[in-house]
Design a binder for this molecule. Structure first.
Ligand code: GAL
Length: 829
């Protein structure tokens, strides 16, 4: 029966007339968290292993524990060695085809076997890679892919990495002559409103000994699929070769340009034929745009000035861990888009391909980054130990994989690498110390002293040269936290774009120190906040800790949400944006970070286990500062009053308001005016009223030309009464992957959110979905992410539902002691 089923799948995937077939290979893997050399063997019995579908991250399923070797900095979740196996069959009729297995990412140190033959090993957990499995395949028999994943030696990452085959896997079938992996490169040679000239390189691989003559045709397709231009050539492909064999030029009249708010994409369809028969066919999505970084006036997209309003993000998706899920990623990007963010820095590693696809079509520009370290380590077992052997391959693969994406604008060859200095070495540091020391503790004697190129400068040049040899259409930068021009990386002269991490105070010297070079804040801010937690007085700034080498021991394990708490090397949100907004030569910034992420819980240690840096918390609930950016970065009407209105009668409270498009805002407590406030200068981003709390309500009214244009009221919430469930969508796709994010609120009898509620909420799901994860944004919660219950945190928590592949209804019920149930019905279709 099983054989018949597998055969049927292959009929579906492999008997179409297409020359190339790419099959998603995520389904039906077996997994075990154990290790034995025998597990690669075809004879090994994996019958009792757990069955699962990829992408998968085993760390996220574990318990937080201080003794996990990842440490709090790595999220305090377990690592280890795991094996995955998949059984599959190849149809007799495909015996002359070639087969490749393609991994988008495995963290880390993967070794892949097919039918017991070792295909290769890939240490860097963020690279994508492919193996040719053809020589080892059995036609009409069972084939077994086995993957060993070794994430046992930790710490190897300064943040949570996740463990396992955490990105998609594909099986690719082609003819023996094919377009190579990532084998097309479409470059916009020149572009005006009237005309675009595109250069298309095609790399062909011929796995038979005989030379073959083929026709290479590139068609440019509009978004509607219509062919707009075409170019064709005949080439001779030598036997057993893999190289760029064809370069063609395509001209397009009146191109539609790619903008962040109108990201028009075209496709290049590359067809290979032998005169009669189609041999291969491949689609490359592209966008046509021009851009420049001006030394004096910053960034321009298609001739128009534009500040880069970016955020840095790590790759985890909160309670789903590192396992890529398109709905979860899309939700993140949508929230950032709505905030006015127009750019993403993939810190500090190549992202999942889906992120770039979404940035292409949603309109984000991307800074694509290769490494967090080079030769010098930041944590004990990190990539530095593989760097010498692998950097060329990993960097090359990132550029070749990503260079067609219209969203990619900047290549970064590294983040805060210790090669900036001569003697920096963190060999003895813990992950927490490494995170702290990055920005401090380097004497000027460790900078470049003379005119000669140091080894570190030469390495910088080598990396930049690799990128340039593959793509000279984008600037190369490195994110530097040593602002001196004697930084070995800057000294190399190889960086096109000067990138500072922090050091706002030194930005003014950039034009003098780096004449002729454009500038961007590759990383900025590093302020802290726990959603809905407030420390007053709101205008006194908490440097956490006071000096970087001191511990920060606030017993709350929380950080204030008034934009008044920051790392000692960082800056507040408002002051950073003020500098960037008013300094024309600064091209923009990448705020550390858009979302809270697992790991690096600076300024605290365990039991804190996720970050405080996000504009949005780990569960995806915006912190107040989200609305400051929205008021500055969008034209949407913003009126955001905070904090909540449940305090002790007589307590002094600072009420803040972010607003835009209004002349003034007035605050009322129980109907009595507390005064009008205006943002009097272009350097002011919020207004504030110090008030005395009395139960009832607080209202802010916004006016323009004397007319009310907006109003927001916050009531004092009464006792928790019931649970309210709000889903971000009403229906899911019955594909087993689709997600609904359900916000769970503890509310009083009138529906006001109870801001101090921390009730434990229990979930049951009936019908066609299961719980994919739960969270509440609390950086110190020790509750599992994979569970059917969660404590509310400041009145809220989150449950993520994942569809099954059967259509039908989904009913989610939420229960808690002494509260009326919450219930919601969704459909799965
Ligand atoms: C930077 C570093 C980031 C993160 C951040 C925290 O130095 O590039 O990865 O550690 O500090 O403030």
């Amino acid at each position: 029966m099983k054989k018949i089923f597998i055969f049927f799948i292959f009929i579906c995937f492999f008997t179409s007339a297409e020359a190339r077939q790419k099959q998603n290979f995520d389904a039906d893997w077996s997994f075990v968290l154990a290790d034995s050399v025998q597990m690669s063997s075809p004879q090994y019995n994996d019958g009792r292993w757990r069955k699962l579908n990829l992408p998968h991250d085993w760390s996220i399923e574990g318990d937080f524990n201080e003794n996990n070797p990842s440490g709090a900095g790595g999220g305090a979740l377990p690592g280890g060695v795991g094996w995955y196996r998949k059984h599959f069959e190849i149809n007799e009729k495909d015996k002359s085809s070639r087969f490749y297995v393609h991994f988008d990412g495995v963290y880390m140190n993967s070794t892949v076997y097919i039918n017991g033959h070792k295909l290769g090993n890939r240490p860097y957990g963020f690279s994508s890679f492919e193996y040719d499995i053809t020589p080892f395949l059995k036609v009409n028999g069972e084939n077994i892919i086995a993957v060993r994943v070794d994430n046992s030696k930790q710490p190897n990452c300064r943040w949570y990495s996740g463990s396992g085959i955490y990105r998609h896997v594909y099986l690719l079938k082609t003819n023996s002559l094919r377009i190579s992996n990532w084998g097309t490169f479409v470059k916009t040679e020149s572009v005006t409103d009237k005309k675009a000239i595109l250069k298309v390189d095609v790399r062909l691989s011929n796995s038979i000994r005989k030379s073959v003559r083929v026709q290479v045709t590139n068609s440019l397709l509009g978004a509607d699929g219509k062919t707009l231009a075409k170019s064709s050539q005949t080439v001779m492909v030598p036997g057993s070769s893999d190289k760029v064999l064809n370069q063609q030029t395509i001209t397009l009249e009146n191109p539609k340009l790619w903008y962040v708010d109108n990201p028009y994409t075209y496709k290049i369809k590359t067809d290979i034929t032998d005169g009669h028969k189609q041999i291969d066919s491949y689609i490359t999505t592209i966008g046509i745009r021009s851009f420049k970084f001006d030394v004096h006036t910053g960034f321009y997209l298609n001739g128009k000035p534009m500040k880069i309003k970016g955020v840095c993000n790590h790759h985890d998706l909160g309670c789903l861990g590192a396992a890529i899920n398109e709905d979860a990623l899309h939700r993140q990007l949508l929230m950032l888009k709505n905030m006015g963010c127009n750019s993403i820095r993939c810190s500090h590693n190549p992202p999942a391909p889906e992120l770039l696809n979404m940035c292409d079509t949603m309109g984000f520009i991307v800074m694509d980054e290769a490494f967090d370290m080079w030769h010098r380590k930041k944590t004990q077992y990190d990539y530095s130990q593989y760097f010498d052997k692998w950097f060329e391959r990993d960097l090359t693969d990132m550029v070749i994989r990503d260079r067609n994406h219209p969203s990619v604008f900047i290549w970064s060859i590294g983040n805060e690498v210790l090669e900036q200095w001569s003697d920096a070495s963190s060999d003895t540091l813990s992950i927490e110390q490494a995170n702290l020391i990055l920005n401090f503790g380097h004497s000027s004697s460790t900078l470049s002293q003379n005119r000669e190129m140091s080894v570190n400068s030469m390495l910088t040049k080598r990396l930049a040269d690799i990128v340039k040899s593959l793509d000279d259409s984008r600037p190369v930068t490195a994110a530097c936290n040593e602002s001196s021009p004697n930084n070995h990386l800057f000294k190399s002269g190889a960086l096109d774009l000067i990138g500072y991490n922090y050091h706002n105070q030194n930005a003014k010297d950039v034009p003098v120190n780096f004449p002729g070079k454009p500038f961007i804040f590759t990383e900025s801010v590093s302020a802290f906040a726990t959603r809905d937690y407030y420390q007053m007085p709101s205008d006194s700034v908490i440097k956490a800790p006071k000096q970087w080498w001191l511990p920060y021991t606030d017993p709350s394990f929380m950080c204030s949400s008034y934009d008044n708490c920051r790392a000692s090397w960082g800056n507040l949100h408002e002051e950073t944006w003020d500098l960037i907004k008013h300094t024309p030569f600064i091209s923009g910034e990448y705020i550390w970070t858009g979302f809270d992420y697992i790991g690096e819980p600076t300024p605290y240690g365990f039991p804190a286990r996720s970050s405080y840096f996000g504009i949005i918390d780990l569960a995806g609930f915006p912190k107040d500062i989200y609305y400051m950016y929205q008021s500055e970065w969008t034209n949407k009407q913003v009126l955001h009053l905070f904090p909540h209105w449940n305090w002790i009668p007589g307590q002094k409270i600072d009420m803040w308001c972010y607003y835009n498009n209004a002349d003034e805002v007035e605050l009322y407590i129980n109907g009595i005016s507390q005064g009008i406030r205006r943002k009097d200068t272009d350097h002011q981003y919020h207004v504030m009223w110090p008030v005395i709390f009395q139960p009832g309500n607080v209202t802010v009214v916004a006016r323009k030309l004397g007319k009310e244009i907006g109003r927001q009221t916050i009531n004092t919430a009464g006792a928790p009464d019931h649970i309210r469930l709000i889903s971000d969508r009403s229906s899911l796709k019955a594909d087993g992957k689709s997600l609904a994010f359900v916000t769970v609120e503890i509310v009083d009898k009138d529906g006001n959110v109870c801001p101090n509620a921390d009730n434990q909420v229990f979930f049951t799901v009936q019908g066609s979905a299961k719980i994919a994860g739960v969270d509440n944004g609390n950086q110190t919660s020790m509750e599992r992410f994979k569970a059917n219950n969660r404590k509310a945190f400041f009145g809220k928590c989150l449950v993520v539902l994942q569809s099954t592949s059967t259509s039908g209804t989904i009913q989610l019920t939420a229960k808690s002691v002494d509260l009326k149930d919450g219930m919601i019905t969704l459909t799965n279709k």
